[in-house]
Design a protein around this ligand. Structure first.
Ligand code: ATP
Length: 586
């Protein structure tokens, strides 16, 4: 397959702001792709070579890429850099310089997808002495044979700046249409993705074994399952009603979510974002190895920092000291952890994800050998409002955030990758005004004036709408940043900058600068109000009005552990608005 097919498709995708059009171009590309390349083409369209959890990135520093462009085009690095300051995009610069060369070189070698993927893979895996030269040579080799359009996308891919904005969900739509027989296949395609987190493998399965093959898809050890998430409500009454009068309530521990895959003595840990974090927690690895009694298992736990002297739970922030590459042994002593296990998704050959929660919970209790550092999450099965409230108070008193109340219905399966009403969180601070923080996505910015000239005066922040897979604005936030943070912002956001509003962002405001939705900031507000401007929850509370956060303030926390799709949702904001009204009326 010619690489130009991919590059041509990218060109069209890049030019559109319409999601449906984007999907159409992708469908066209996937249909043109031979079976044995489908997974590679899928990874490439997302600027990747493998699924994220494998942890291999193309990632080449801009400096090296400049050297390769210079080498391939016969220009000096200085010339390339000068052009780069004008374009702000090394891909564009590479395109400009290969344009010049186009007439001169008639006998270039045709680039195939196999060749491009293979060389990118070599670049990604090349380490140690001589790797810098090897990377430059490989890249320069590709660029020397590339058309200008191909050069643009190759350079963007290797520098991690492809930014086509093709979300996972768009790929799933395209696969369903191209190979599943139409949109109806979307459910099966999505489930396979949700339990494997590997778009390439899903693509390969549907292409090779059709929709039937997808339906037989099961969880497998080593492939992380996308996490099930909770909705929220503000009172035990509402929660019990929603869950059919009875539920299993569990402490909501304030730590880091870990999905452990145990295969004999081999344990792999995945974060909430499905990154492999095994090396970060050798102590947790040992705990899973020694106290999960099944030979093979996939279990989920909240990993909580505990006081080494008292064993009491410590706040989430302390766990951040464990996010490091070096000095792990010392951090382990200073910030030991305990595990509170709350789900079992696979045990000794059996996929449990479609089993009801009570069944999974029973299985879980059977395989966990509890001790000081490994416990099944504390729980209570109840149909009583007062009992639930008291259990909630107990959770808060023990240092938890509140409760997660779970459905005990027969069809309460593990909803991988979804935020649904089978799990409902009840957190401590909903009872007052907006005292809870929200996690919002930076989608745009406005130029600053006066003291803030040269940087941003405010950021345009958005909530996530999972139904539409889009981002809806909810506030403009310019407070809470230190001067130093402000000065760093333009540089920090540079790699996410795009020339127009992102196709998945819905905004009536015109920002001065637009970003792809990627960075999540924790924000605190005074209250939520109806808004004629913002697009969050439009028509949900009142016809024609959206919701906005008033007096927002950045708390100083970049939620690096969250992707844009993990941001607070429009439904959560609407629910917070309703709760807030209730409180005021009380
Ligand atoms: P928040 O910012 O409120 O933690 P979130 O978006 O990170 O929200 P939610 O879906 O709101 O995640 O809450 C579920 C999270 O709570 C899980 O991801 C998990 O990390 C944590 N948690 C703690 N205890 C439990 C439990 N017993 N069962 C399920 N999840 C739990």
């Amino acid at each position: 397959m010619k690489y130009s097919r991919i590059a041509d498709a990218y060109k069209k995708i890049e030019a559109t702001t319409k999601r449906l059009e984007m999907t159409d171009y992708l469908v066209e590309l996937l249909k043109q792709t031979p079976k044995d390349l489908i997974d590679k083409v899928v990874y490439l369209t997302q600027g990747k070579l493998y699924p994220d959890f494998i942890g291999i990135e193309i990632g080449i520093a801009e400096k090296l890429a400049i050297r390769a462009v210079a080498k391939a085009t016969g220009h000096s690095e200085k010339e390339i850099e000068e052009d780069l300051t004008k374009t702000g995009d090394l891909g564009k610069t590479a395109q400009n310089f290969s344009k010049e060369k186009a007439q001169a070189q008639l006998f270039r070698e045709l680039l195939t997808v196999q060749k491009v993927y293979g060389d990118l893979d070599k670049m990604a895996k090349s380490t140690g002495a001589g790797s810098v030269d090897q990377k430059i040579n490989l890249l320069a080799g590709l660029l020397a044979n590339a058309t200008p359009n191909e050069a643009k996308f190759i350079v963007r891919a290797v520098t991690g700046q492809l930014r086509l904005g093709i979300a996972d969900m768009t790929v799933l739509d395209a696969l369903a249409i191209a190979y599943g027989g139409g949109k109806e296949a979307r459910k099966d395609v999505e489930r396979a993705y949700n339990i494997s987190s590997d778009l390439g493998m899903v693509a390969k399965t549907v292409v090779e074994r059709g929709i039937e093959g997808l339906r037989r898809f099961e969880v497998s050890l080593g492939d992380p399952i996308r996490p099930m998430l909770a909705e929220r409500l503000g009172s035990p009454q509402e929660i019990l009603e929603k869950l059919g009068g009875k539920c299993i309530a569990e402490f909501k521990y304030d730590g880091e979510r870990i999905q452990a895959h145990k295969q004999g003595d081999q344990v792999t840990l995945f974060s909430r974002r499905l990154e492999n974090i095994t090396d970060q927690y050798p102590d947790a690895v040992d705990l899973f190895k020694n106290y999960v009694k099944a030979k093979d298992a996939i279990v989920e736990a909240e990993c909580v920092a505990v006081d080494p002297d008292t064993g009491e739970m410590r706040p989430f922030q302390e766990l951040m000291h464990r996010r490091r590459k070096y000095g792990i042994k010392k951090a382990m002593e200073e910030y030991p952890v305990s595990l509170f296990i709350f789900d079992a998704l696979y045990i000794d050959g059996e996929d449990l994800t479609l089993k009801a929660y009570p069944v999974r919970h029973k299985q879980l209790e059977k395989i966990i050998k509890q001790n000081d550092h490994v416990k099944v999450a504390e729980y209570l099965i109840t149909d009583n409002v007062d009992e639930l409230e008291r259990f909630f108070e107990k959770a808060v008193e023990s240092g938890c955030e509140g409760l997660i109340c779970k459905s005990i219905a027969e069809d309460a399966a593990y909803q991988a990758g979804a935020r649904g009403w089978l799990w409902i969180k009840y957190k401590r601070d909903y009872k007052s005004e907006m005292t809870d923080t929200v996690d919002l996505v930076v989608v745009g910015a406005f130029h600053g004036r006066g003291k803030r000239a040269g940087t941003y005066g405010a950021l345009l922040l958005a909530t996530y709408d999972p139904d539409e897979d889009s981002f809806k604005t909810v506030t403009k936030c310019g407070t809470g940043f230190t001067d130093e943070e402000l000065n760093k912002l333009p540089e920090m956001m540079k790699k996410h900058r795009i020339p127009h509003r992102h196709a998945r962002v819905k905004s009536t405001l015109k920002a001065d600068v637009w970003f792809e939705p990627a960075v999540v900031v924790e924000t605190m507000g005074a209250e939520i109000t109806l808004s004629p401007i913002h697009t969050c929850a439009v028509n949900v509370i009142r016809k024609g009005a959206g919701l906005a956060i008033r007096f927002p303030r950045f708390t100083g926390n970049y939620r690096l552990d969250k992707s844009a799709e993990d941001a607070t949702t429009v439904n959560e904001i609407a629910q917070m608005y309703r709760n807030q009204l209730k409180t005021l009326a009380e």
